[in-house]
Design a protein around this ligand. Structure first.
Ligand SMILES: O=CCCCC(=O)O
Length: 485
């Protein structure tokens, strides 16, 4: 266990609305538990429509002045926010681990990448450039300018409760937008901590508002409010589709980071050790509860057995336990529903001829711990071929040709991330062109980085987070036509 950190210092048990820390109007609260043993860490307000409407009104009132804050002052606030995150990295990471379950090393990494997003967008804000376009006729000038979109509603998930907010809140604040955020009910403290950090570094009241409680009511109030000009959501495709439908009524801009079903292709010419290493990190980080986790591992026949042998050895060596314990590499799953879903995938695979080579069931630690699992003999008829597993289950499929691998990899409605291991440069280019995914890792199982546009195609989403594109999503483009020159 960690010594000397005081994660409770950042564990805010109230909502931040218009610069005040408040409870729900009704006084109702929701318990927040540690998935390691179900123990109650504390409570958060069970807020709903009225509280969210006040948060939106506060963000709306704060917008004109915040938008006008000199660019260097906005960037300066982000620099301070970056430093506050890193100065409190250990405490914030422990808070994340106790509410979400991921190993402390991963939680620290999550706080660090969140801080990097903040720094990245502090730098990118200085390049939110417009352009002057040559006019088609004399005496006329065409100017294209960029402007903060306005109040942004943010709905964030439980699996990366800090960094998913980072890559929404940082670009929004960088360009002068104001924020109403709803963290996931299972992991609200990491989101509320962003409110506390923003307050500490001096954001004016109303610029950042954080509301916890009824997802239906909070999201409903955001979607209904004409002042909310943009909604950014990370979560399931099902919920994302519903939010897109609701956004039509007030024609909001939307960014949707939705589900995935990442194929991980390993070709005969791959460096097997590197491929296994990549598969391990891609599959088992966050106990497989990552939208870009390898969901289907396709291995070419010539190296299939050698790959599986190493994958199983490494999977069996994973240390499962309380994320706060030294050396733990896989924590508990978020809840019992998640466990049962993985059990269903295993049962379905077994019924259809798959072989569980290691793991396959609940872990001896009890509760929501699940064994790191490898299933071989996977086929396109099994449920995980088309559905997202979101758990520590690695299905291995065998393939013969590149064409067959691409076809199977693309046989899904999702298009978030995919991976391929090969030493053949020509093949790497063919894969990049042939795989219908928003992100491709060639010889890498870990591709998330602040400089790159994270996001999917098809039913995996709309918009990008990170990169210069991640700023663009919070800007409105205007054009001025000056005639008679
Ligand atoms: O679950 C989706 C977020 C992925 C974040 C990451 O890759 O770090």
């Amino acid at each position: 266990m960690l010594d000397g950190t005081d994660f409770k210092a950042w564990m805010k048990q109230a909502n931040l609305i218009d610069g005040a820390w408040v409870g729900a109007d009704s006084g109702a609260t929701i318990d927040v538990t540690n998935p390691v043993d179900g123990s109650v860490l504390g409570t958060v307000p069970k807020a709903g429509t009225a509280e969210t409407q006040r948060a939106i009104a506060a963000a709306s009132a704060a917008f004109p002045a915040f938008r006008e804050l000199p660019l260097m002052e906005r960037c300066g606030l982000l620099w301070k926010l970056h430093d506050a995150l890193m100065d409190n990295q250990a405490e914030l990471a422990e808070l994340l681990t106790v509410e979400m379950g991921k190993p402390l090393a991963e939680a620290k990494g999550e706080i660090a990448i969140g801080a990097q997003y903040v720094r990245w967008f502090a730098e990118e804000a200085r390049r939110a450039k417009g352009e002057i376009v040559p006019a088609g006729v004399n005496g006329r000038r065409i100017l294209v300018t960029k402007h903060a979109i306005g109040v942004v509603g943010m709905i964030t998930p439980w699996n990366f409760p800090s960094s998913m907010l980072a890559r929404k809140i940082a670009p929004a604040l960088a360009v002068g937008c104001t924020v109403v955020a709803k963290p996931a009910t299972a992991t609200p403290y990491s989101g509320l901590a962003w409110g506390a950090l923003c307050e500490e570094v001096g954001y004016p009241k109303g610029v950042v508002n954080i509301v916890t409680g009824s997802a239906r009511e909070i999201a409903g109030a955001m979607m209904a409010a004409p002042e909310v000009r943009k909604i950014t959501f990370t979560g399931s495709t099902e919920v994302g589709k519903e939010l897109i439908r609701q956004s039509a009524d007030t024609v909001k801009k939307v960014s949707m980071e939705l589900g995935g079903n990442a194929p991980f292709l390993v070709f005969d010419d791959a460096d097997i050790e590197a491929a296994v290493e990549g598969a391990m990190v891609s599959k088992f980080r966050n106990a497989g509860q990552t939208c870009v986790c390898a969901n289907r591992i396709y291995v070419q026949a010539g190296i299939h057995d050698a790959f599986v042998k190493r994958l199983v050895e490494k999977t069996e060596a994973l240390k499962v336990g309380d994320g706060r314990e030294q050396g733990v590499e896989q924590g508990p799953m978020i809840d019992m529903d998640a466990v049962e879903k993985v059990e269903e995938f295993v049962a379905d695979a077994k019924e259809k001829g798959g072989e569980v080579v290691t793991g396959g069931g609940r872990h001896g630690n009890g509760g929501t711990f699940f064994q790191p699992t490898v299933v071989t003999g996977a086929t396109q008829a099994m449920k995980f071929a088309t559905e997202e597993i979101f758990g520590p289950l690695a299905p291995v499929f065998k393939f013969e040709t590149e064409e067959e691998a691409i076809e199977m990899a693309n046989a899904t409605v999702y298009g978030l991330a995919c991976y391929a291991y090969t030493q053949d440069l020509g093949r790497a280019f063919r894969l990049n062109e042939g795989l219908a995914y928003g992100m491709i890792g060639i010889n890498s199982g870990l591709i998330t980085t602040v400089e790159a546009p994270f996001g999917g195609v098809k039913e995996s989403g709309l918009g990008k987070e990170g990169g210069s594109q991640g700023l663009e999503d919070y800007l409105e483009t205007k054009y001025v036509c000056i005639d008679g020159i």
